[in-house]
Ligand binder design. Structure first.
Ligand code: SAM
Length: 193
């Protein structure tokens, strides 16, 4: 059953869509590790036989996520990678069921370190190839910071042009919120291509 609290945060709404897409033993990617909330969620979902690759360009993110995972006994099923998600191809070779992007900056850190359109789109392209049929890429997008709107526009331009025979692309957004509410894009792969 859907609880009301799930509709307050885009990351919680996201879980409604991906909950049944990740199974025990799966491989998943957190393309923007940050403080590790999403990595922890994925690590729990894939179970002890699954694996999570998690990327960030800031040492701070790795430190904070490592601490979170250690506390929960989840560290052994996660690879914490200090590199940009645009280099996913160098690390992940097997099919994945879910790839999460939570764009923007790391809360409580340097707000000038943000995800950028070119590298985000390169990472989405790599993720599309790694995705198993019926796997999902989810992209939480924020536009309130400098550069955020530009990134949103470029990501939209890219996903709107994905072939509908190969991918379903869905948008979720708050329509009654002021101050640049976040938006969510979900891409489902329909089949191998
Ligand atoms: C909104 S935060 C992610 C929040 C995170 N999902 C969580 O659960 O805490 C965005 C993160 O993307 C990271 N980032 C920026 N450019 C990146 C890149 N090219 N590759 C991977 N991560 C990047 C930032 O350092 C920041 O930590």
């Amino acid at each position: 059953m859907i609880k009301a609290k799930y509709l307050t945060k885009i990351t919680e709404i996201n879980k409604l869509f991906i909950e049944d897409v990740i199974n025990e033993g799966d491989i998943a990617i957190d393309a923007t590790m940050g403080n590790g909330y999403d990595t922890k969620y994925l690590a729990e979902k894939v179970g002890e036989n699954g694996f999570v690759y998690s990327f960030d360009i800031q040492e701070e993110a790795l430190k904070s996520t490592k601490k979170r995972l250690e506390k929960e006994g989840l560290l052994d099923r996660v690879s914490l990678i200090l590199d940009g998600h645009e280099n996913i191809d160098n690390y992940v070779k097997d099919g994945v069921s879910v790839v999460l992007f939570n764009l923007g900056y790391l809360p409580r850190a340097d707000h000038n370190v943000i995800t950028k359109p070119d590298t985000t789109i390169k990472a989405i392209k790599s993720s599309l190839k790694l995705l198993k049929p019926h796997g999902i890429i989810s992209i939480a997008i924020y536009t309130g910071h400098e550069g955020g709107m530009e990134e949103k526009n470029e990501v939209y331009e890219f996903v709107q042009n994905l072939d509908q025979n190969e991918f379903n692309v869905l948008e979720s957004k708050f329509v009654n919120q002021i101050n640049n509410p976040p938006q969510l894009i979900l891409i489902e792969k329909k089949k191998e291509y």
